[in-house]
Design a protein around this ligand. Sequence first.
Ligand code: KIV
Length: 266
Amino acid sequence: MSANLDRVTVPKFTAMKAAGQKITMLTAYDFLTAALVDVAGIDGILVGDSLGMVVQGHPTTLSVTLDQVIYHAEMVGRAVGRALVVVDMPFPSYHLGNYRAIENAARGLKEARAQAVKLEGGTAQAETIAALVSAGIPVMGHCGLQPQSIHQLGGYSVQRDREQVLADARAIEQAGAFAMVLECVPAELAREVTAAVSVPTIGIGAGAACDGQILVLQDMLGLTPGRLPRHVRAYADLKQAIADAVARYRDDVRAGTFPGEEQSFR
Ligand code: KIV
């Protein structure tokens, strides 16, 4: 079997930061959207635990299980030929000791054919990150806003504690992570973190100075119901496009104009 030379790898992420090339990432949770995102040339696809809110309709990410993430990641892994696939570790799949964290993270690589895992936490998770990395599992860290700690935080707010965010980012880097998500931190602080660490920072609500950006696919496609968070730019209005298409279909069926001649067999 020949290797795909275009494949985005973990070392490629490192090289992109060194070369000053911005890294593009989006989430995906299924075969169809992952294939579309991959073909469009996005560098990394995260099978995020945001699937709990986006796909399952829960109010937080906390109810997502490892089996559910693996179920979605397997579909994404099968669809993707170029992008780096990263599997999110759901709560509490990496909080119960290094042995279980390695066992759980390995499922992402073995069953979903992902190249890396992501987990939330800085100083608090440094030991776990180091254990995964020494087992040969590439880790993307995640600091700033950590949605799995929503009940401790009391809400999805911008994280302004400069010392804490810097300490978390440095701990993630020193533990051996190859990249980190910086979520909802002031743009100036994200710039400082990006300059302070040697690994790429992937921002979401963290300004333009990060080494890359990630958005939830359904948010940037304008599919998510309700008001979009401030950090999202909607690049399409698929919610409206779907509503229009469904209404036209409904009206055609009611009027007897669908199916027409072209959709009927002789
Ligand atoms: O779960 C997720 O989609 C994430 C991104 C928002 C970074 O963690």
